[in-house]
Design a protein around this ligand. Structure first.
Ligand SMILES: [Zn+2]
Length: 401
């Protein structure tokens, strides 16, 4: 399966170009996420992002991430600044003929989208940029509009525009690499993507199932950034493995092992000194399946079962959460169950695949809370009193007046 690295430029304390409170780093991550989503939904390929959240990352670190993976294509995404308008692409000054050929296909597809949207194609350019120079595979850098041009910025601020741009870039990459269409029966939740769950909704779900459960959501979020794995999937797995932290299986709570690492055939499994270490070990196990052998720089080796994954030949071989079935655990529907029975309870996009089907009570209550129509926490399953109902109606009536 071909490997594609998509690199959202800048991040963390490096905002990139800015215009007021609009920062390039956020646009880059949105465009990269839409591009990766389009590829994961439509094509058979292993798609990696150099960062899945707003964290700082050096230029050489981005290049070596792709080099270590032996990626087939490296696509860096940026937004321009400095007085101009439109789209341009860069390859390295000494780019070989494959890189030039790839660039022509991708550039033409994306430029076609820009022209049809009323923007200028500024052309195919060359530069000695670090990420282009230091990557061993064909690489390209796209400058998507100008943050300091009012018309360009207005387009970048529209999520619908970024989605179409992501589709154009994704389709361009697919044509460049002649990707095969996605195989029937593939999973629907790619693991190497930014989480879409809101931490508060995850907390509410856990609290509604087990009011005594500890709150480790922030640890999952932080580890997800570090290991480039969506935290909502890993948290959902822990909800499954610990029965919402009620335990009751072979693993005891004080082991800090929330993923059943090393627990099989009645064996109690691994123990970790702190919840942080246990959760990091869990992420390292996901990392082995979805990224392969090399841990992020500076992280301690914590997962006692990591080598077993790598020796079995599964290192970096999986794409979707559903692919964990038969690997992490013997049950073929193990990954499907994480998605269907746990993630779908707190991740809107999974509960409502086409935007309006299904129910997500936690998310609906959160919407009311955000809008100030309900003030207190309310268990999604608890009955509503006549007084509470009247209060919400009156608040609505006051707003309409
Ligand atoms: Zn930039």
């Amino acid at each position: 399966m071909l490997k594609i690295v998509i690199d959202p430029g800048h991040g963390g304390n490096d905002p990139g170009a800015a215009n007021g409170y609009h920062y390039e780093k956020y646009f880059n991550l949105s465009i990269a996420t839409e591009t990766a989503r389009y590829l994961n939904d439509n094509y058979s390929a292993a798609v990696f992002l150099t960062r899945i959240s707003d964290i700082a990352m050096g230029l050489s670190e981005r290049a070596s991430f792709a080099n270590d993976l032996k990626a087939d294509y490296f696509v860096s995404l940026h937004v321009n600044a400095g007085g101009g308008t439109g789209f341009e692409s860069f390859i390295h000054t000494k780019a070989n003929s494959t890189t030039q050929k790839y660039r022509d296909i991708l550039h033409n597809r994306v430029a076609g989208f820009y022209i049809s949207s009323g923007f200028k194609d500024r052309g195919k350019k060359k530069a000695n940029f670090a990420v282009l120079r230091e990557t061993n595979m064909p690489s390209i850098l796209l400058e998507n509009l100008f943050i300091d041009h009012p018309t360009d910025l207005a387009a970048l601020k529209k999520q619908s525009f970024l989605k179409k741009l992501g589709e154009a870039i994704g389709e361009g990459i697919a044509r460049t690499l002649q990707l095969k269409t996605k195989a029937p029966g593939s999973g629907i939740v790619p693991a190497r993507m930014p989480a879409v769950a809101k931490p508060d909704i995850a907390r509410q779900l856990l609290k509604s199932r087990n009011p005594a459960a500890p709150d480790y959501v922030n640890i999952y979020v932080r580890m997800g950034e570090l290991y480039r794995i969506r935290w909502d999937a890993v948290f959902a797995q822990s909800c499954k493995e610990t029965a919402y932290w009620k335990f009751g299986g072979d693993v005891r709570p004080e082991q800090n092992n929330f993923a059943g690492l090393g627990a099989f055939n009645g064996k109690g499994g691994a123990s970790f000194a702190t919840p942080e270490e246990g959760i990091e070990a869990q992420f390292q196990h996901w990392h082995a399946y979805f990224h392969g052998g090399k841990l992020p720089p500076g992280r301690p080796e914590l997962d006692p079962r990591r080598q077993a994954v790598l020796e079995a030949g599964w290192g970096g071989a999986l794409n979707f959460v559903e692919d964990l079935g038969g690997r992490w655990a013997p049950a073929p529907d193990y990954g499907v169950s994480i998605v269907r029975d746990y993630m779908a309870k707190f991740v809107d996009e999974i509960a409502k695949p086409d935007g309006n089907e299904g129910w997500n009570p936690e998310a609906e209550i959160e919407r009311l809370r955000k809008d100030g129509l309900v003030a207190n926490e309310h268990d999604a399953k608890a009955p509503v009193t006549w007084g509470e109902f009247a209060t919400v109606l009156n608040r609505l009536r006051d707003r309409l007046a």
